[in-house]
Design a protein around this ligand. Structure first.
Ligand SMILES: Cc1ncc(COP(=O)(O)O)c(C=O)c1O
Length: 401
């Protein structure tokens, strides 16, 4: 099976098998270059090249790239330094009042929910969480918690723990029937799963840049639906918050009438430039294509694992792959202590496919387990002999999982 990208665009993929995009992805080389060049120029030339006009327009490329990714307009996009920062500013802007509720799940990534918990400590709004079981939250349980008192439904498009994906259109419909906002953390899906933000009706959608978007730490984006752009008062403000950032009059703050009112301060601008490059790169390949390619690989892996005496215990519909117990035959020769370690560690090894998540939650802490896993992956590599888009299965020995 041919790769859909040139492995040279991800040079590290040639020296190891990388399966950890759901934590930190390998960065697209074009993004890396842009960031290094920008940083070098700033370090060596200060504001000679990065002048006032350059600083005022520095997010333009990322506004356009993220708009292409989400089928939105550049003015619907705000840039920040992290997903948490954008969600926090949004949570304080919405500030659900006493008597209202925020609905989410108890298996969501903490950064998606903590900002709302913090606001709830201040306003005493209620936090209602659907309970997950074995890393899975039934979407109907989330929906049942939504009622006329709900101000915000906040979910992670793809749950970081189990890889399940919510139907955003359905969630938005229910939220809107009750006059609630749907806020989505797309950090585990943007770049791997096609998202049409206006069509699926989300009110706000945030994504960090360093996972499936193949960008750097230090830059994130938020889509804000047009009806909120002139309404919300961001929780975080700074000199960039003024509609003319060079106004610099501390006694007046007039916000832009676009999503860009959530942009407020000096940041590692080079990271935003790099993230724009990596998003353009993915959109040029087509996220629809990436999604279907990853689904195909997921099916291949599931098939291959099943043939290899590995039990798939996960929720098959999502093509989430969790492998557990039953050490492969070649492990039987190992001493009991090592076999036990294998089982212990294997329980923590999860691989999510479906283009949703390809991850190993397992980080080897001792050499033997590394060796064991290398062996497993060498076996898998022989079987697949293919280059994955994100999780490059190469024929080298050095394996990172
Ligand atoms: C769903 C989700 N949101 C947010 C984050 C991280 O947010 P930040 O980059 O702001 O720390 C993660 C990281 O794993 C995540 O899975």
């Amino acid at each position: 099976m041919d790769a859909i990208v040139d492995p040279k665009d991800f040079p590290a993929s040639q020296k190891c098998t990388y399966l950890n995009a759901a934590n930190v992805a390998l960065m697209y080389q074009g993004a890396e270059k842009a960031i290094i060049e920008w940083q070098k120029d700033l370090a060596e030339n200060g504001s000679i090249n990065f002048d006032e006009t350059a600083e005022a327009t520095v997010f333009g490329g990322l506004h356009s790239a993220a708009a292409r990714l989400l089928n939105a307009q550049p003015e619907d996009i705000a840039v920040g330094s992290s997903a948490t920062e954008l969600i926090s500013s949004l949570a304080w802007a919405v500030a659900p009042e006493f008597g209202t509720s925020v609905v989410s799940t108890d298996i969501v990534f903490p950064s998606t929910l903590y900002p709302w918990l913090r606001v709830a400590r201040h306003t005493n709004c209620e936090i209602r969480l659907a309970k997950g079981q074995n890393g899975y939250a039934n979407p109907d349980d989330v929906i049942q918690l939504i009622d006329n008192r709900t101000a915000v439904v906040c979910v992670s498009h793809v749950e970081y723990g189990g890889g399940q994906r919510y139907d955003l259109l359905k969630m938005a419909d229910v939220a809107h029937e009750h006059d609630a906002l749907l806020v989505v953390d797309a950090t585990q899906s943007a770049g791997a799963i096609p998202i049409d933000a206006p069509a699926c009706g989300v009110d706000a959608l945030v994504s960090g840049g360093y996972k499936w978007l193949c960008g750097p730490f230090g830059a994130a984006v938020m889509y804000l639906a047009p009806h909120l752009q002139n309404e919300l008062d961001p929780g975080l403000v700074g000199f960039r918050s003024h509609k003319d950032m060079w106004d610099l009059q501390a006694d007046r703050l007039e916000l832009p009438t676009t999503a860009q009112r959530f942009e407020y301060s000096t940041m590692a601008y080079g990271c935003a430039i790099g993230l724009a490059r990596s998003i353009e790169y993915l959109v040029d390949i087509s996220v629809v294509r990436i999604f279907s390619y990853n689904k195909h690989l997921a099916n291949l892996l599931i098939e291959g694992l099943e043939k290899r005496n590995v039990e798939i215990i996960s929720w098959k519909l999502s093509r989430l792959v969790m492998i557990q117990s039953r050490p492969p035959l070649w492990l039987h020769g190992f001493r009991e202590r090592i076999r036990r370690k294998w089982l212990e560690n294997l329980r923590r090894l999860k691989l999510w496919f479906h283009g949703e998540r390809i991850l190993s939650g397992f980080l080897p802490t001792f050499t033997t387990s590394q060796l064991i896993f290398n062996k497993l992956w060498t076996e898998l590599t022989k079987f697949y002999n293919s280059t994955m888009f994100y999780s490059f299965v190469s024929s080298t020995d050095d394996t990172y999982i």
